[in-house]
Design a protein around this ligand. Sequence first.
Ligand code: MG
Length: 315
Amino acid sequence: MDKESLRNPIRAALFGHAVGDALGVPVEFTSRKELAQNPVTSMLGFGTYNVPPGTWSDDASLSFCLAEALTEPFNLHSIANNFVRWANENFWTPYGVVFDIGNTTRWAIQRLAIGIDPHIAGAIDEASNGNGSLMRILPLAFTIYNQPIEDRFERIRQVSTLTHGHIHSVVACFYYIEFALELLRHSDKYSAYQSLQKTVPAFLDSHFKNTEKLDIFDRLLKNDISAIDEGKIESSGFVLHTLEAAIWCLLKTESYESAVLKAINLGEDTDTTAAVTGGLAGLLYGIDSIPTHWKTVIARHADIEDLAYRFWANL
Ligand SMILES: [Mg+2]
């Protein structure tokens, strides 16, 4: 891949992710059963947080904070500083207010704010495996795509660990970024998935020597997740559930629109499931596949275009 070929994928990833987030915000915490009776089919507003249509949340905010820091040479302190600016100064918020922040993320950002080393700021206990680093990791893909897999893993580990340092969060982020990179290399999502199922387990087996309880990823790594019934795909805020649901939605649908709506209608953590799905769906189907009325209704869409350009220009 050369730099020129990444111009539109960067736009597709940022918009695909933010549009999914905004579609999910009004129905966050709604159950699957309720959504089955009254499914989301369009960009709504208000609802859970009483915000207008097109309002994205922490998922997109922190992704933009990451992308903003990556417009300069990689510096973990700069990324940390942007996260602190988001929480404390409303940096990269849709309308100047932070209205949605996870517990583990809040705890870690408070630690970053008082000067704790960003390499060790995030929680490392097994209970701290919400989807808070997975939901904001995607921009990193574009800065590491031509690095060896060991270096990619280490960068992903560092950036996840700003808030979420447990190996399950780190491996979820790694799997997700590797899927994104496979989608850049393959036009067919099943080829991407099959390629990933060779490279990721091989790397994890050699890197971890089977001591890290990574079998929780077996449905993604060793089986065909698309063969699993919807009733066995969960959509809570647990990082594994979000990753599984996103890959499942991507594999079970044939357009950007149907992928993100399927993610939302799984219920519960709708905005994050749809954001994580939408980033990959944007990459798979391209920037023009995202309905124009969704792209133009989202808050600060011109600023997002500008960020995408600056991010790309400085790769
Ligand atoms: Mg959110």
